[in-house]
Design a protein around this ligand. Structure first.
Ligand code: Z5A
Length: 207
């Protein structure tokens, strides 16, 4: 099973992924957690180019192709092999992030995005995607707290520094993705407390 977590800044993806992993381990499942951009040594190098403040001033097309280059490596060399070995794979962000951030957020042409996606990873899709939906101001406040508490996050802030109206488009983009893919996307109210969100994830997974 390939499970992805999506949502805006500070929506609680990392928190829920750790709890879900612990649940699977308690029930005797093999599970790996990974993230995008990144997840393999090569893709982590590309991550630095994309999310570090000084990573580079990419044109929109170059940025999209970097995300999909990293994703292609991640899918082919880590995710698919782990799934073939019977592991559950939980990934922090995947293609929906590109559709939401670069497409809905920055206005990159959605049809071209889909064409690049097909070229890079074919029709490979998550089995389940949890979209953690949170009011933009609440999410940014949470992400800000996290950045204040973690030294390693201080320069990975290219996206956090974008304006509030961008984050609003992003949120609507995620809701639109969920509408288009009701069979795999589950939207959760991320303003609930951590345990309540976790319980809803467990009910949806039923493993
Ligand atoms: N990006 C892109 O543009 N295109 C793409 O294709 C991809 C990515 C793949 C890196 O993401 C950036 O790359 C990202 C999009 C872009 N832009 N940004 N920013 P990332 O995943 O590395 O970073 P992130 O999305 O900002 O993650 P985050 O800030 O760590 O958020 P989170 O993992 O969703 O939240 P968290 O760390 O679990 O929780 C944040 C805080 O809230 C923390 O203190 C928690 O204890 C607290 N929390 C969590 N849940 C709750 C609840 N329910 N109540 C109260 N407090 C809570």
């Amino acid at each position: 099973m390939f499970i992805t977590f999506e949502g805006g800044e500070g929506s609680g993806k990392t928190t829920q992924i750790e709890m879900l992993k612990a649940h699977f381990v308690r029930h005797g499942h093999e599970v790996i957690t990974t993230r995008e951009p990144g997840g393999t040594p090569e893709a982590e190098k590309i991550r630095d180019l994309l999310v570090q403040r000084e990573g580079g001033n990419w044109t929109p097309l170059a940025e999209v192709m970097l995300f999909f280059t990293a994703r292609h490596m991640h899918v082919e060399t880590k995710i698919k092999p782990a799934l073939r070995e019977g592991s559950i794979v939980i990934c922090d962000r995947f293609t929906d992030s590109t559709i939401a951030y670069q497409g809905y957020g920055h206005g990159f042409d959605l049809q071209i995005l889909n064409d690049i996606k097909t070229m890079s990873i074919g029709d490979f899709e998550p089995d389940i995607t949890f979209i953690l939906d949170i009011d933009v101001k609440d999410g940014l406040a949470r992400a800000g707290k996290r950045m204040a508490n973690h030294d390693d996050a201080t320069t990975e802030d290219r996206f956090e520094r974008l304006k509030t109206d961008f984050h609003e488009r992003l949120r609507q983009g995620y809701l639109s993705i969920a509408n288009h893919h009701p069979q795999r996307c589950i939207v959760l109210d991320a303003t609930q407390n951590i345990e309540d969100v976790h319980s809803q994830i467990i009910s949806a997974i039923q493993l």
